[in-house]
Design a protein around this ligand. Sequence first.
Ligand code: ATP
Length: 249
Amino acid sequence: MIEVSQVHKTFKSRKRTVKAVDGISFKAVPGEIFGLLGPNGAGKTTTLRMIVTLLKPDSGKISVFGYDTVEDAREVRKRVGFLTSDMKLAGSLSPRELMYFFGDLNHIERSVVEKRIEELAEYLGMKDFLDERVSKLSTGMKQKAAIAISLIHDPQVIIFDEPTNGLDIITARMVTEFIKDFKKQGKTIIISTHIMSVAEKLCDKVGIILKGKLVENDYLENLYEKYQMNDLEDIFFAVAEREGELADV
Ligand SMILES: Nc1ncnc2c1ncn2[C@@H]1O[C@H](COP(=O)(O)OP(=O)(O)OP(=O)(O)O)[C@@H](O)[C@H]1O
């Protein structure tokens, strides 16, 4: 279970001050996929980076299975797997070597990592390229390797930032099928996306984020009922219009 309560994060530079996250609260529970849906710059990545302890909130509180992301960051990291579309794998290491590296970072015993590599290679279909240099792998193979690395410590919580961004439809389908399977395994999953169809296909609950504020947060079926619409894109535009977000368009 993840609880985000009244979280704020502002970035200040000499040129500008941005309230990236402005009082966001939501919960994500095991066996469900929560989708943070919003346009570019809405605050999705900043929210996810705070959940996975890469950034500290200015105020508010985030807990992951009862552990505070600031006070108990180490306990949180043990339980969380984070995958971002920026995680471009390159270089001369192989998926197996990278998994050892991330296993060490997570202080997991080598024998446990070895077993985990075998399990993940079997599950994700990576056996044929476990020892190839990642620079030589196809996009789909790299994405499988990135997923394997983010899951090396068998986390209860999976946070995927734009999981299908930049992928062809076959690789994107593969990734969404894995995410559905993680849900069946009872993991707590949060994804961010700006693609309505991804949210619609995958998510149980959707939080619509605009300019750092969560302006809608409900189960998909409740949103369809509430807005009397059966298309998430239509609902998104209805919400954006209500919030004055389309005024400049
Ligand atoms: N490290 C940073 N320093 C300064 N500003 C930042 C930083 N990270 C994010 N921002 C700003 O905070 C706002 C929210 O960014 P964020 O990356 O969270 O949005 P997003 O919803 O993930 O967008 P996208 O879909 O484009 O990735 C943006 O205005 C962004 O420029």
